[in-house]
Design a protein around this ligand. Structure first.
Ligand code: NAD
Length: 464
């Protein structure tokens, strides 16, 4: 296994970090408006672990808490530059105005910065996003030619902004559900498929190919498969480039992965979980198409199984009924409303019900997730952590994992995984929260911390 870099060996976040986003719609323009506003001190990056989060280091008695971004040396917001592609030519300013997520006052305050981001023509195929008819698109004789054009765009962006590192993050529409085929089985097959314009290769895979081929990490914010197939894992492995996805964890699924671990922890039975929501933005319009909805449905339905573990607890979760519906309802725009009815049961099988009515703002929840993913993925690249970044599962509805492993969907387990990865990278003690050594003299952790001075601390794990 290749070694990863830790501590002082991690390449510092020096120079500009270029962020390339296929899809400058609601999520991307909300991220950009908030980020430019935060730079000017006009708004706070609420919800972002990389901007506001603190990490505990050492034992509880040490009282050491550091800002994550300082502890791990993340790229400063001032050093980020942005570009992207879209099948509509609207600048990020126009996209933000049209998305109507934010008030005109917030958008006008950073108008100049937003107007400077004009999307490059997209690689687009209506077969994969039927409800859109964008005309700002590239034309190439083959899919390999299209990949080549994207690489030229990337090169031009790199030169223009003098970036030292790049990250690509898919913030474009959800593509139709497709499973991996033979063309995705190896890099060789995939490249042959690009040359013959195989209909099984999606636009997102052409972007991902261009990125990984150039050593640029790729983040998939949508639920369709892009890099979840052997060809891309081979490419990411060869070039030691990070990949992660899928589907930003926001809204209803975020609530689900907050609540379900609680029921499972207390062994409360569940007989049914019905989730429905109304959504009126362009994302909702795209998801109104059954093929695109299928990608979303699979991503949303998958979260409960690995939290409740019906395989281990068939008597509590073996036959619970799980239903997810998304209804396109234009008047609501980005202000989604979701309803969950959860039928649970307790002692002696007595039934109870829980109702959750979340009036959320989709892109407001997504923006900090995108920012954190960009900064952490860049960190992974600087630490030479190629391949799947499972420690970033915290941010995804349907986390990518190595073949043979199940995805961890419990938000709290995901958080521990993320924080301990940061501690590991910085050669700090890992924390597993038993706290037993404050009460007992434990053989295996001697000498006990009660008798050890800070300078003598040598154990690899901290139990506070
Ligand atoms: N908002 C959330 O909370 C949330 C949560 C999870 C996932 N997502 C996913 O994030 C993505 C973006 O969501 P959004 O609300 O910004 O959607 P949006 O419709 O506002 O923006 C998507 C943009 O992508 C463009 N596009 C489509 N195909 C493209 C292509 N091939 N190349 C370049 N651009 C292309 C569209 O023209 C559009 O401007 C969607 O896939 C969505 O499912 C969003």
């Amino acid at each position: 296994m290749p070694e990863i870099l830790r501590g002082k060996d991690i390449a510092p976040a020096r120079g500009k970090l270029g962020v390339l986003m296929p899809g400058i719609g609601a999520v991307a323009s909300t991220l950009l408006t908030g980020l430019f506003s935060a730079r000017k001190g006009l708004a706070r990056p609420v919800g972002s672990l990389t901007q506001m989060g603190k990490i505990r280091l050492g034992k509880r008695t040490d009282r050491r808490f550091e800002l994550i971004k300082d502890f791990i040396g993340l790229t400063d917001l001032a050093d980020m530059v942005f570009g992207g592609w879209d099948c509509f030519p609207d600048s990020a300013y126009l996209a933000a105005r049209k998305a109507k997520v934010l008030t005109p006052e917030h958008i006008e305050a950073v108008r100049e910065e937003l107007e400077a981001i004009e999307p490059m023509p997209a690689v687009f195929d209506r077969k994969f996003v039927q409800n859109l008819d964008g005309r700002h698109v590239k034309k190439g004789a083959t899919k390999m030619d299209l990949a080549g054009m994207l690489m030229k765009d990337i090169d031009a962006f790199r030169t223009q902004h003098r970036t030292s590192r790049l990250v690509m993050c898919w913030t474009a529409s959800t593509e139709a559900y497709r499973e991996a085929r033979r063309v995705h089985a190896s890099v060789k097959n995939f490249e042959a498929g690009l040359k013959t314009s195989s209909p099984d290769i999606s636009p997102s895979q052409i972007y991902a190919y261009a990125a990984l081929k150039m050593g640029i990490p790729y983040i998939n914010g949508a639920p369709h498969i892009t890099t979840d197939c052997p060809a891309f894992l081979e490419l990411a492995g060869e070039n030691r480039v990070p990949v992660c996805g899928k589907d930003f964890k926001t809204g209803q699924t975020l609530m689900k992965t907050i609540l379900a671990p609680g029921f499972a922890a207390r062994l409360l039975g569940i007989s049914g979980w019905f989730s429905t929501n109304i959504l009126g933005n362009r994302d909702g319009e795209v998801l109104d198409n059954p093929e695109s909805f299928r990608s979303k449905e699979i991503s949303k339905l998958g979260v409960l199984d690995t939290i409740l573990r019906p395989d281990l607890y068939p008597e509590l979760y073996g036959d619970f009924y799980h239903k997810v519906k998304i209804n396109y309802y234009p008047p609501r725009g980005d202000n989604k409303e979701s309803w969950d009815n959860i039928d649970i049961y307790g002692w002696m099988d007595y039934p109870m019900q829980i109702k959750v009515n979340f009036l959320c703002r989709d892109s407001i929840l997504a923006a900090p997730v995108v920012l954190d993913l960009i900064l952490f993925t860049d960190l992974a690249a600087r630490a030479k952590m190629g391949g799947i970044q499972e420690w970033l599962s915290f941010y995804f509805k349907s986390p990518m994992v190595r073949e043979g492993l199940y995805a961890e969907n419990d938000l709290f387990v995901q958080r521990i995984k993320l924080l301990n990865t940061l501690r590991y990278l910085m050669r700090e003690e890992l924390i597993h929260h038993t706290g037993l050594d404050y009460y007992y003299d434990l053989e295996e952790t001697r000498p006990s911390p009660r008798r050890v001075t800070a300078s003598k601390r040598s154990s690899k794990t901290s139990k506070g």
